[in-house]
Every structure is written in C-alpha cells, then in structure tokens.
Ligand binder design. Structure first.
Ligand code: HPA
Length: 347
C-alpha cells in the first residue's frame, strides 16, 4: 500500500471514529473492509452497525488485545447499559451501596448472606481481572440487614486496562442507581507512626497516575464536565469510621492516599518525594474509580490497609506475598468496620 494511500486511510478512519482500531498493531483492516465501513458510515444505519462491528472486533480479540484503547463513548455507554440491564434482569433487589475490595481483601465481605453472584466473565462487556489475588466476582449480599453489591477484584491501570475499563464497574453501578461506595485497597505506609495491618481512612488523594477516566467527550447524563473535587471523601462516613473504631477498639489512622500507576514499587527517592508532597500512603488503585464515582455523584468512603511501612533511609524490599498476607490478616478489622458502616449508612 502506498504511503499516500495509508495517509488517506488514517485520515478517513479518524473521521469515522475507528482511529483506535486502526492504530492498534494487531488490527489490520484490508481495503475491502475499509470501503464497506466507509459506505456504511454514510448510510442511515451506519452508527449502529459501526458500534456492532466494534463490539464483534472487541469480542474476537483474545486476551486483552484491545486494552489501552479508548473506545468511542457511544459504544462504551451502550456496553455499560448492556451489563447493567443483564444484572437488573437477574436480580430481585438492587442495592444502594457498593463495596469494591482490593488485594487480598476480597474476603472482607461476609459471603454467608449472598443472594446472587456473577463471575465477571458472565456479565456482558465486563472486564476480567488478570491479578491472581483478585477474584473476579460480583456478589449481591446482605450486610447488617442491607443489600450490598460487592465487587471481589478490580481492574488496574498496571494490568494494561484503560481508565475507561478500570471504571467500567462504577458506570454499571451508576446505571443501577447505586448511591454509596466503599472502596478499599492495600497501600504502603509513608508515616513512621503507621504499622503493618493498620487501617487508614482516606481523607483525600493525590492522583499521580497520569490518567483520568473523564478524559474525552463527557457524557452529560452521567455527570458534569468539570466535577468539583474539593470534598471527594464523605466526611460523615469518615467520622462514622472513627466512632466505630472507638466502639470496636480498632486503632484507625487517617491520611492522604497517593495513587501511582505501578506496577514497579517505589524507589527510596520516590518515597521521600511522596512524603514531601503530603502523602501518607501509596498504592496502585482506587484513584480512577474514585474520580468516576465523584462524577457519578456517589458518597465515597475510602479505606486503605497498610500492608508495609516504607523506611526510605533503610529500605526493606516489599513482596506481594507479604502484602497479601498482611492484607488477609487485617480482613476481620476491615469487615467489622464495613458492616457497621453499611448498617448505619443513609440510603
Ligand atoms: N506501594 C504500592 N502499592 C502497594 C504497596 C506499596 O508499598 N503496598 C501495598 N500496595
């Protein structure tokens, strides 16, 4: 194919929104398919056919080949609605509160009162977690007498997921009319007074991922173009945690969570930098979901389990085994706080 021809292809593909596919190294559309798509574009059914074609292509590519591609927002919205409709059709009760758990924390949700469960792979368009310590299941369970949607396993930027994919479950929750979200994660502590196994209430965050799920056309139906971020984490829910921790004699920390993309852990110089800019804990999750949750108008509670404490002047290597182990041991504390909060949350 001549260079001129290639340039024409790129320009026209940009016009018809197929830019992401064209630019992907695994996706080579031949000239015939191109002209079929182009003529369809100008027909009355073009829009739906294009969306359908993209869905087929997405489904056909195995093993996350479409990761990191920003798909057209119309298709994204349609995928979200399909997933939400599937859940609505299969549920008798739709909860108002959701819990998103992280590394080794999947068990923090009591699994004894589950009234419905779905593997991510069985929910239309739902991403699938590639991390072993994350389960990949959506549970609908009763906690303190209230129905709750509990995500066991989430999606990370470091796995290669785009911010859109990472926040796909948040948009599904929004379509289900969820109002409150409790997001937990495992994090490295940056304050010397923190100890491994501590629970930290997130008061605020610093987004150092270089990503934002709201980049691109705004879906006004979902939220404002420029959401306010002055009060991201709900003060009342955070205060409720302090009350619970007093009642249950659980020592609770408060602090600012810095979110990085990962997956490489922090160098001692990076730890010193994070401390200097005001962070108290560091991790590789939560930020994208929280931004989408603010956009969606959710009340947000963020809880970090401090799995390791950084000592940059005397660096000690952290391992995933240790992180998962400490997170697992902190589960009863976390579960106890969460069940109390759910019991008192205003729906
Ligand atoms: N850094 C990033 N993510 C983490 C850490 C850490 O030290 N500990 C647990 N998750």
């Amino acid at each position: 194919m001549s260079t001129l021809c290639r340039i024409q292809f790129v320009l026209i593909f940009m016009i018809i929104d197929l830019k992401p596919l064209f630019l992907h190294p695994f996706c080579i559309l031949d000239g015939y398919a191109f002209f079929v798509l182009l003529s369809l574009h100008f027909s009355r059914v073009a829009k739906n056919v294009r969306l359908f074609g993209l869905s087929i292509l997405s489904a056909r590519f195995p093993d996350n080949l479409l990761h990191n591609l920003r798909i057209p927002m119309a298709l994204y919205k349609q995928n979200v609605k399909q997933a939400a409709d599937f859940l609505k059709e299969n549920l008798s009760v739709i909860p108002k509160t959701a819990i998103m758990t992280g590394t080794g924390l999947g068990e923090s949700v009591a699994s004894s009162n589950v009234f419905a469960e779905f593997y991510y792979k069985d929910i239309p368009n739902f991403p699938i977690s590639t991390v072993e310590s994350h389960k990949g299941k959506l549970l609908f369970t009763n906690i303190s007498g209230k129905p709750v949607l509990a995500m066991q396993g989430r999606f990370h930027l470091y796995e290669g997921y785009s911010p859109q994919e990472v926040t796909f479950p948040i948009r599904v929750m929004q379509e289900l009319r969820i109002k409150n979200i409790i997001i937990t994660n495992a994090a490295g502590g940056l304050k010397p007074e923190f100890a491994s196994g501590d629970i930290m209430v997130i008061n605020d965050h610093i987004n150092l991922t270089g990503e934002n799920p709201l980049v691109g056309p705004n879906i006004d139906e979902w939220g404002p173009r420029f959401p306010d971020m002055s009060r991201v984490y709900d003060r009342q829910l955070a205060d409720l945690c302090t009350v619970v921790s007093g009642i249950k004699k659980i020592s609770l920390q408060n602090g600012i969570y810095a979110g990085l993309k990962g997956p490489s852990l922090e160098t001692p110089a990076e730890i010193k930098y994070l401390k200097k800019i005001g962070a108290d804990a560091v991790g590789f999750s939560t930020i994208q979901e929280v931004i989408a949750s603010v956009h969606a108008g959710f009340r947000i509670l963020g809880l970090s389990t401090i799995t390791n404490v950084h000592t940059p002047d005397n660096p000690v290597p952290a391992t995933l085994e240790e992180i998962v182990d400490v997170a697992g041991k902190a589960v009863p504390k976390l579960a106890s706080i969460i069940s109390h909060i759910v019991g008192h949350i205003h729906e």
